[in-house]
Design a protein around this ligand. Structure first.
Ligand code: NOJ
Length: 557
């Protein structure tokens, strides 16, 4: 591996960990996690092998959308801490070789933001044109509503303003107008500010919505919103050559591809693979990886200087919007048959372990997939210990429970009264009594130690993060087989989606005489025939990471 690649293009083999400060660790006993709490617990993440923290919004907010409704893009929510605490956190992270990125939520502001307050108060306000106004809502005002359960239009009449404003999300989140050059300049300033404080980039919220200028009467001033994204990226990397934009783009593949920019990869550094994620669940439901394979074959390659972001779960519902109605039904039947597990027919407000009946072998296989699939793996806090959801919480908050540190009350997250906590603690089989960091640290067979192992091996295999991958053909329909190659090294990953044992026969081209494979997860070796044929068993929900060993290779297994 070329050394410059690991530092300058660090994100290619990063392990990203997303967390919300308010549900991570509370040090002042007010029931809400805080920045100091995260700093105190940062070694948990360093030991896990995380290389990049993604902080969910920590800005001042009325908190009507879990902080994605912001009233000051330059501020830190005083309930969470101060700028000083944040800089300390970033320094502590850097000491441990971790970078920190944060959510950049500039498609909209909170309606409590002083800009909107001023904009709605007068047509003469300097901020009036920062938002998108109309005297009458357009005819397609009800098309493309993101939260159909709560909203019935993208346009809201504002008494004070005497006009309608555009809001692609909740009505309390008026859209900023990026066709307005002043808005674009302000967004640049926001980026510059946080980069200067030490962030290494941003998870960009709702990118297609941000670039959408249809509603804007000034759209003509912005011929191609992608030019704007390109400018933003150029600015970012002028200020910090290693900084990244990790974009939330949930579109069909061919459209998502455009957000990476041209062949130089000059727009988003990474885009989440929402389709691959959804097809993974469909494949799990069918105990066969065929649908995932189909998706991966259709998935466009990102430019050389870009990468997909892979994930199993995140802080929102598990969206199934890219599946057909029948496919969606299959996933619901398998993983969320009860109505309150579903979110208005479009997804599941669940975490993975309860969806899989807490089947440890299957769970471990899925995470093994996450770390071998081509793309940068992104974990959501609590996944490393197998946390569940609390369906008693409202909507998407079901998956946003406090982190489970110990068996103590509130899972050791906070000393406050349970009814004062920032989220509902998980109950039942996956409650802190049964699932917590402290117990799993001491248990060599825990999920936590499994994920640590996966991360270690992933970091040791540039083939997985830097290499080219090929999906291998074979006769067993329940096994996903993938060859990853980089600079002469090769790793074959096998994953069995079924609870029945399987065996695969693979043709490994050009291997030669005396070749073996060694399973990086167990150390077990097997011979490869002289003609390159490898026969290998894969247990029920089994996974193997097979490093190809030629006679004079000198790897540590
Ligand atoms: C996407 C975020 O992931 C979600 O949580 C939020 O509600 C919307 N964007 C609006 O910001």
């Amino acid at each position: 591996m070329r050394l410059t690649e690991t530092a300058d293009v660090w994100w290619k083999n990063a392990v990203v960990y997303c967390l919300d400060i308010e549900t991570f660790f509370d040090t002042d006993g007010d029931g809400r996690g805080d920045i100091r709490g995260l700093s105190q617990r940062i070694d948990h993440l360093a030991e896990l092998g995380v290389t990049c923290l993604w902080l969910m919004p920590f800005y001042p907010t009325p908190d009507r959308d879990d902080g994605y409704d912001i009233t000051d893009f330059y501020g830190v929510d005083s309930r969470l801490g101060t700028h000083g605490d944040l800089v300390e956190l970033i320094t502590l992270a850097q000491d441990r070789g971790m970078r920190v990125i944060a959510d950049l939520v500039v498609n909209h502001t909170s309606d409590q933001h002083p800009w909107f307050q001023s904009a709605r108060a007068s047509r003469e306000s300097p901020y009036r044109d920062w938002y998108v106004w109309r005297d009458e809502p357009p005819e397609d005002a009800d098309k493309g509503i993101v939260f159909p359960d709560q909203e019935d239009s993208l346009w809201q009449y504002d008494e004070q303003a005497g006009q309608y404003y555009l809001h692609q999300f909740y009505k309390h989140q008026p859209d900023l107008d990026i066709a307005n050059p002043e808005v674009r300049e302000e967004i640049t300033r926001i980026l510059g500010f946080w980069l200067q404080l030490g962030l290494s980039g941003f998870r960009v919220d709702a990118v297609p919505f941000l670039l959408e200028t249809k509603g804007s009467l000034d759209a003509a001033d912005l011929p191609d919103p992608h030019d704007y994204l390109r400018d933003l990226r150029a600015f970012l990397n002028r200020r910090n050559g290693q900084a990244v934009l990790l974009g939330e783009v949930n579109l069909p593949y061919k459209d998502t591809r455009t957000f990476f920019g041209d062949e130089d990869g000059d727009e988003l550094t990474m885009c989440f693979d929402f389709i691959g994620m959804q097809k993974l669940y469909l494949s799990l439901a069918r105990s066969e990886p065929a649908e995932l394979v189909k998706a991966l074959r259709e998935r466009p390659d990102p430019p050389e200087e870009a990468q997909w972001g892979t994930f199993v779960r995140n802080h929102d519902e598990l969206t199934l919007d890219k599946l057909t109605e029948d496919e969606k039904k299959e996933v619901f039947a398998a993983f969320g048959p009860e109505e309150d597990m579903q979110l208005y027919g479009r997804g599941l407000r669940r975490r993975l372990p309860p969806m899989l009946g807490n089947d440890q072998a299957r769970l471990r296989m899925v995470y093994s997939m996450l770390f071998t699939l081509p793309g940068t793996p992104v974990l959501f806090y609590g996944e490393e210990i197998g946390m569940g959801e609390n369906l008693a919480a409202d909507g998407r908050n079901a998956v946003r429970s406090p982190m489970q540190w110990t068996r103590d009350p509130n899972g050791g997250f906070s000393t406050a009264d349970p009814d004062q906590l920032a989220g509902l603690v998980v109950e039942g089989e996956l409650s802190p009594e049964h699932v917590n960091v402290a117990d799993q640290r001491r248990d060599p067979d825990s999920l936590l130690n499994w994920i640590k192992l996966l991360i270690q091996r992933y970091r040791e295999c540039p083939e997985l993060s830097w290499g080219k991958y090929t999906i291998l053909e074979h006769e067993s329909p329940t096994v996903y087989a993938q060859l990853s190659e980089y600079e002469g090294g090769a790793v074959v990953a096998l994953h069995n989606f079924s609870d029945e044992p399987a065996e695969v026969t693979l043709a490994l081209a050009g291997t030669g005489v005396g070749v073996r494979v060694a399973d990086l997860l167990t150390g077990k070796t097997s011979e490869v025939d002289n003609d390159g044929t490898l026969r290998h068993p894969v247990g029920p929900y089994g996974c193997c990471w097979l490093r190809v060993l030629r006679p004079d290779d000198r790897y540590i297994i």
